[in-house]
Design a protein around this ligand. Sequence first.
Ligand code: NOJ
Length: 552
Amino acid sequence: MKQLFLLLASLNIASAQTAPGHWYDHAVIYEIYPRSFQDSNGDGIGDLNGIASRLDYLKDLGVDAIWITPFFPSPNADFGYDVSDYVNVAPEYGTMQDWDHLVAEAKQRGIRILVDFVVNHTSDQHPWFKESRSSRNNPKRDWYVWKSGGGPTQPPTHWTSIFGGYTWTWDAQTEQWYYHIFLPQQPDVNWANPELRKAMFEVVRFWLDHGASGFRLDATPYLFEDPAFPEDFNPPAPGGPAALEPYNSGRPENHQVLREMRRIMDTYPGDPVLLGESSTATIEDLAKVYGRNHDEIQLPMDFLFGNLTTLDAATFKKQVDAAQLQLGGQTPVFFFSSHDHQRQWSVFGDGTHNDQIAKLTATLTLAQRGAVLLYYGEEIGMETMPAGGLKSVPVGPKRPRADDRDGERTPMQWNAGLNAGFTQGTPWLPVESNYRRYSVESEKKDPKSIYSWYWNLLKLRHDNSVFRDGSYVPLESGNPNVFAFGRTSGASDLALIVLNTSPKQQTIQITGMPGEWPQFRHILMASPQAIAPSSPKFTIAPYGVLIATTGQ
Ligand code: NOJ
């Protein structure tokens, strides 16, 4: 035992520690796309009352918080990410009373709610923008970004929007261009304007006053543009995704806004949190998003990890080590699936072993130190609906437009009944045809299902201190197909997690643990079944996953 203590004490030197004390440092945050989670009134569109009716399910699954994507009034040019009223609920999702009811019910179950705050832009139908575009002299003109350019045929710059085309739209009435990093229906607000800033911060207070436990902040890299608006094309950041360009992303001015927002948050009880959609080109840039004094976004999503699409142990190790060891001990945020990303069952599956691989990728995120985002249905292995399944669905009031992300937004698969239990009406998007096999009801009965695997992992994160807040221990497996890492809670237990991302059995030889090989007493979880490794050299099954512990 003494030897184990010494071993763990020395391991801690290299491993990343979690600062104690915040619920979100080890939270599982479950993302709900409200349109598709549960319909309560038969209109084929999910709603807040539907979410309330499923809180027992979420409690039993073990989630700490839910993040609900926008449910505010919106013309739905971008399914709610074009907000026309920040302080209300869209009729298809319910009312403010329904929100209050949801908050109260969630609170009773110890589940927090994060509101999706679209901070970079409004809808072009928002009254602020309507005023702003009404005349060049309107007091709200400067709430948005207006420029003359070279007249109607020559935009002020040739920067391209993330959704295609230039970032500028000509307004014939006032003869100027307005700026939008996304759709023309999503004009960017001007955070440099103090009145706009004040109005946005009132939105923060509104939802915190109404029981929100924080926000998922949309599109945080884009709040400011280079004030000189250089006319030339915007070169992509070196090594970064095309969408991160120096003239209009990751500007230094962002920090001040986020610090101010955080200061407001910190005046509220209950440790509210900012979860940031904070895409960065490098891990060093991601570290900066937390704020120099840890006074900005507590949970910036790690897109360097979340954008990975190849099942490859060596790449997983590289990105996990970076997140665990190069963020100055701050809390990393792991995820793969979202309303913008294809579902991980489909992305990483090889067409034959998808269920086993789903358990592997679940372990990869949920066994980490840090916060983890789950996307609704991920826990039952929902797939991205192939495009063919969506072709025949009419565009109309329920489905205002076809979106290339519709495939990952299909209705939640609750059971084998009508529309998989999602609605009594006609669902706005079709239910994926595999719903009889992949549903909450059927998988709950099967101890070997993907759902049961997730349930056990979440339980481990709650009940086992090593997985709740233990440090990360970097290890080497000696085999590029296998990712091995450790978790430890100081002087007590050590857990070993091993993931084989290849279709073949692999032999590994683990290094990185100083001293003798510890005695792993138990397998906490394994798929397929495995025995606790008694020496650093052992084999692991094709796509095998195991979690062993020195503890009880
Ligand atoms: C990121 C959101 O996640 C995405 O769905 C949306 O289209 C853009 N931001 C624009 O708001």
